[in-house]
Write a protein of this length. Sequence first.
Length: 237
Amino acid sequence: MERTDEMTGPSLVVLTGAGISAESGLGTFRSRDGIWAKYDLYKVATPQAFASDPAMVHDFYNLRRKACLKANPHAGHTALACLQREWRGEFQLITQNVDDLHERAGSENVLHMHGELLRARCHSCGHRWPAPRRMDPKDECPKCFRAATRPDVVWFGEEPYHMDEIYRLTRLAEVFVVIGSSGQVYPAADLADIAMGRGAKTYELNIEPTGGPFISGIYGPASETLPEWVDRLIGAQ
């Protein structure tokens, strides 16, 4: 939560999931026709898979990176960027997504808890840098020069990024909103419960109700529901 200029509204934390990117053509890993459906997740998205067959892992993420670069943010992404600019209280956007659609729509200081597809990381020394369009097992780290480069994304069995800060912000939130998340992936699935337990008002905007700990929800495509919701929220300040 970066803003400090004349903050008068409640602190607002927004958590987004794969559902907000689906309308931009980036399918969720549960979608039947998405890129995930063509792969065994545990053969392309675990540290063990990378150790066993780094070429297959890179091929998979090269496809995801290509899809990400072809995708464009929609009106829902733009609405959240507008909300960040116009909200009179503290605001923080947290995402489970590894794409950069929030940033391209104008959002700033986004916390990517599952990493970023357009960044690379050295599996040996931990150095991070912008990823090329295609990555290969022979690529060398620009810092230690070892051929140990991997996508800077969180795989199954790894600890999500920024969790200390995310938990801190969640506990301080007065309003906590979940957008486009099924509530089935932990630890993100716990955040609304934590926020509600600390007295926050919790809401969801999803394609359908998830049964999560929310006092109310708005349901439908994010590109339609988010702009209307943001307009109402800003207007009510």
